[in-house]
Design a protein around this ligand. Sequence first.
Ligand code: ADQ
Length: 456
Amino acid sequence: MSRLVVVSNRVANLRSANHAGGLAVGLADTLKQREGIWFGWNGAADGVTGGEAQVERVGRAEQVTVPLSREDIANYYLGYANSVLWPLFHYRLDLVDYRPAFFESYQRVNETFARQLAPLLKADDLVWVHDYHLIPLARCLRKLGCRQRIGFFLHIPFPPPDILVASPNHAELVDALLDYDVVGFQTHTDAGNLKAYLGERLSAVQLGDTRFQVGGRNVTIDRFPIGIDASGFAAMTRQADDEVQIDLMRRRVLGRRQIIGVDRLDYSKGLPERLKAFDRLMAQHPELEKSVTYLQVAPPTREEVGAYGDIRAELEALVGAINGRLADFNWTPIRYIHRSVDRSKLAPLMRGSQVGFVTPLRDGMNLVAKEYVAAQDPEDPGVLVLSRFAGAAEEMDEALLVNPYDIDEMARSLHRALTMPLAERRQRHAALLEQVLRHDSKAWLDAFLSALAHRR
Ligand code: ADQ
């Protein structure tokens, strides 16, 4: 069997991947079984780009991490990846901060990674590159003579041509994608957006369902919706610690229901709109006062990027204003936690919440939607209120799908979720759970790797 070489900006610790999300665990398990390498940045803030790699063996796999300089972290990682590509690919042209130095650093880091990775590769390795930080990596490897099968998976959305062309580098980015054998997306919409660009601008010829010829190159473009380790996550709900159990019991005694949101504090997640929808719900249904609370867990990320400071300030002002207006000495309507919460607590908290509120303005997939479904008690499940613009919506019809910009519609859906009869809750949940179990993280891995292995 071919070795698997995974390349991503950050490398999950293969020794302690159990603490991370299902994706890291799934990839780590696969690597340990089939032999391979996980290559990426070591995460330190003060290295030298191109400096010595650290190699650590874990089982049959090797973890290879390399340093980056302060300047490249600022320009490649915080700059091009997170101030240009992240907002652009989430349809937020208003937040793109384009600077030529960012793109130069992005290219240089990809070239350096390729130079460090190339000598480690064997002829029949399968190389799997992850996410928007590393779009040019295959191009850089090919220039060094690497002929291995190389696949790319984009975890975030891919925008339609009209948005993509607002980037001065759109032609280079798409051209770089064509050096992969397989380009994978989360949804039909994302894959369709690349196909539309290729058709409109590069006169691509479709050779089969997923095979395209562009100039002399031949590329497979398909959707591979990412999943979670659903049974693993469900198992975690049964191990609530004392603190969580007390919280659940307290709410049961008081007859209080809970709406839960769990997101990195990112402007793509639609958090202010969610708070406004909760506020609207309370204004329209005063009978719900003291009987419903909204718990929003939103740990900080990428705080060095200006747009993240803005969203944090907006959110804190909203929470303060709504709580100030509605709270009573024995009821705090919104509990907002700006910290990371251990997954072993999150899972039982999701199970103990009657509504999962997942309404990003745009999201590649959104694993929280799937985790919420996996965490529910099938006999008495909660209801998922899900944004139409999350990739997960393509597969999760039985959720209450909403437009995350429409505050009234979200407030109505929250009310519908809180008053939904048991039979309907069960029927919707059963259908969603079946889907989450079938398209789990293992199915995603197998589908992508099989598509890559079948090239040539
Ligand atoms: P993210 O934007 O990070 O991922 P998401 O898919 O929701 O979004 O995954 C977040 C993960 O982190 C979930 O497993 C969640 O439980 C966990 N998490 C969130 N907040 C947490 C907290 N406070 N404490 C602990 N854990 C927390 C990107 C894309 C998504 C895509 C994934 C995977 O933006 O669209 O689904 O990659 O491809």
